[in-house]
Write a protein that binds this ligand. Structure first.
Ligand SMILES: NC(=O)c1ccc[n+]([C@@H]2O[C@H](COP(=O)([O-])OP(=O)(O)OC[C@H]3O[C@@H](n4cnc5c(N)ncnc54)[C@H](O)[C@@H]3O)[C@@H](O)[C@H]2O)c1
Length: 255
């Protein structure tokens, strides 16, 4: 799928699945701006892309700070001569760990932090790219939610609530910005082995849903990237406000 002429911001690009998104979009010909709070690691990922002939810049950004997000969008737009898309991927999960505890044990602070990192960051990212997507005559925003919002597994209710909120946000963004031809879709990954150095417990956790899937194997970051490339391409040009599940057929959208 050719993404030449596209310029896309990927947040949470230094590790895990975000890194895979950035590498795939660049391999398909897009200019990619990598925004992550982990500056050194993010620069390494961008340098790797450039070494392979891709176009990438790393911008150290705390997605919880709007001034930083706005400055990063301006820097990316200036570097690439505009922007065509955004992947709101940064999240509290492995690198910024989420406590896998039941509701009565979640602290107030971690509840709020989950919403800051997982939900508010997506609003910030979208607000910051909006002027550039309007100037471009349209664009594509993808909000990364989670299949847990459909399954409701016990533990990490704050994470799941913050990801559920992204679905409503996606639909409002799609409706408010459709007149500008800005498409906004949400993607729900299943449980993905995104840990970079998984221990036995992580491997066991990622193996657990396998038997519940129609496609029975562990899900990997590479299983997500085609969907993301499709949503940034003109092949999805008439698709907006949708929720896509990429979880090997473990769960279903809707009621
Ligand atoms: N791994 C899974 O099973 C799974 C399943 C469903 C959804 N997701 C979602 O996919 C996304 C990526 O997941 P992952 O497994 O790669 O997570 P991860 O924890 O490995 O990576 C998250 C990335 O976000 C960055 N980040 C964290 N806080 C930030 C901030 N304030 N500003 C900028 N960057 C920040 C981290 O540095 C890291 O690079 C997350 O939103 C996650 O919730 C993951």
């Amino acid at each position: 799928m050719s993404l030449s002429g596209k310029s896309v911001i990927v947040t949470g690009s230094a590790h895990g699945i975000g890194r895979a998104y950035a590498e795939r979009l660049a391999a398909d010909g897009a200019n990619v701006a990598l925004l992550d709070i982990d500056g050194p690691r993010n620069r390494e990922v961008a340098a790797g892309i450039v070494e392979r002939g891709g176009s990438a810049i790393a911008i150290e950004t705390d997605m919880r700070q709007y001034a930083q997000v706005e400055a990063a969008a301006a820097q990316a737009a200036s570097a690439f001569g505009g922007l065509t898309g955004l992947i709101n991927n940064c999240g509290m999960l492995n690198v910024v760990p989420v406590s896998r505890v039941t509701l009565e044990h979640i602290t107030d602070e971690e509840w709020d932090e989950a919403f800051r990192v997982n939900t508010k960051s997506a609003w910030y990212g979208a607000k910051a790219v909006l002027p550039y997507l309007k100037a471009n005559g349209g664009g594509s925003i993808v909000n990364i939610a989670s299949s847990t919002i459909l399954i409701g597994p016990a533990t990490r209710g704050h994470y799941i609530a913050s990801k559920s909120a992204l679905i409503g946000l996606t639909r409002v963004m799609a409706r408010e910005w459709g007149d500008h031809w800005i498409r906004v879709n949400a993607v729900c990954p299943g449980s993905i082995l995104s840990e970079e150095d998984p221990d036995e417990a992580a491997l066991a956790m990622r193996n657990r849903p396998v038997s519940l899937r129609m496609l029975k194997r562990v899900e990997l970051p590479g299983d997500m990237v085609g969907t993301i490339a499709f949503l940034q391409s003109d092949d999805s040009a008439f698709m907006t406000g949708q929720v896509l599940l990429v979880d090997g057929g473990q769960s279903f959208v809707g009621v």
